[in-house]
Design a protein around this ligand. Structure first.
Ligand SMILES: C[S@@+](CC[C@H](N)C(=O)[O-])C[C@H]1O[C@@H](n2cnc3c(N)ncnc32)[C@H](O)[C@@H]1O
Length: 228
């Protein structure tokens, strides 16, 4: 492990490109690596989205689809996006096996680019451990503005991020902008001020701390809604 301050990620576009290749290799080497069970935030999101009367859900950073499949089983129509075609191929294969193919569409999309959807076209957006990938603060702010654009009025956004109290914050190779690379994976550890800034113009429902995995990863689950 080395501690190097690094260059701000705003000036380091190659980092996210390297990460894309890294995720491709990871899903190829470990198909279905997150398992078949939905994450705890996805179970919560399915209930929150149903309570809000949502029908069409966009999932960002869906990977091989443990959560997209859960949302489809819960009755939602799901558009699952990720920049790894390999993860999404695994998702589609499982959707066919489970008879869910008519409820899930996949799209290869890098969230550093604008979302390829019309304004006010989805009821809910879910993103588990996507905003805390190798994205600069500016890219995260632009992404949340895009999420707001594609959500209908009163739409719900549930996302999770690792934060600055996580054991891996400050470990490994520093890339600036609170991004640290450890074991080949780059993570943007969120300070609380960033979460608060991303609620501007939204109604914040809650910020819920939780842990996942063996490290454990320390995360926040944020729920916020667009104005009606
Ligand atoms: C930590 S994994 C979580 C996967 C999934 N949400 C889950 O919990 O099973 C992060 C996912 O985000 C995707 N990802 C990372 N950076 C991305 C980007 N810039 N655009 C789109 N997807 C990205 C990766 O390919 C990976 O599937």
């Amino acid at each position: 492990m080395t501690d190097t301050p690094g260059t701000p990620a705003d000036r380091e576009p190659a980092l996210a490109d390297d990460q894309r290749a890294h995720w491709q290799r990871t899903y190829q080497a470990h198909p279905g690596m997150y398992g078949e069970q939905p994450s705890t935030p996805a179970r919560y999101a399915a209930e929150a989205f149903a309570a809000a009367g949502a029908r069409e859900v966009l999932e960002l950073g869906a990977g091989h689809g443990r959560d997209a499949l859960h949302l489809a089983r819960a009755g939602f129509t799901v558009l699952a996006a990720d920049f790894s075609p390999t993860g999404l191929e695994q998702l589609r294969a499982t959707a066919v096996e489970q008879g869910l193919a008519d409820r899930i569409r996949t799209i290869v999309h890098d969230v550093r680019e604008p979302l390829p959807l019309p304004d006010a076209s989805v009821d809910a957006v879910f993103a588990h451990m996507l905003l805390c990938m190798a994205l600069s603060t500016g890219e995260i702010e632009a992404l949340v503005a895009e999420v707001r654009r594609v959500l209908r009025p009163g739409g719900t956004f549930v996302y999770t991020v690792r934060h600055t109290e996580d054991a891996h914050y400050g470990a490994g190779t520093g890339h600036g902008d609170d991004i640290w690379e450890h074991g080949g994976f780059a993570v943007h550890f969120f300070p609380r001020e960033l979460v608060d800034r991303l609620t501007e113009g939204w109604h914040l429902v809650d910020v819920h701390p939780f842990e996942e995995g063996e490290l454990p990863r320390r995360l926040w689950r944020i729920t916020q809604e667009t104005p009606r």
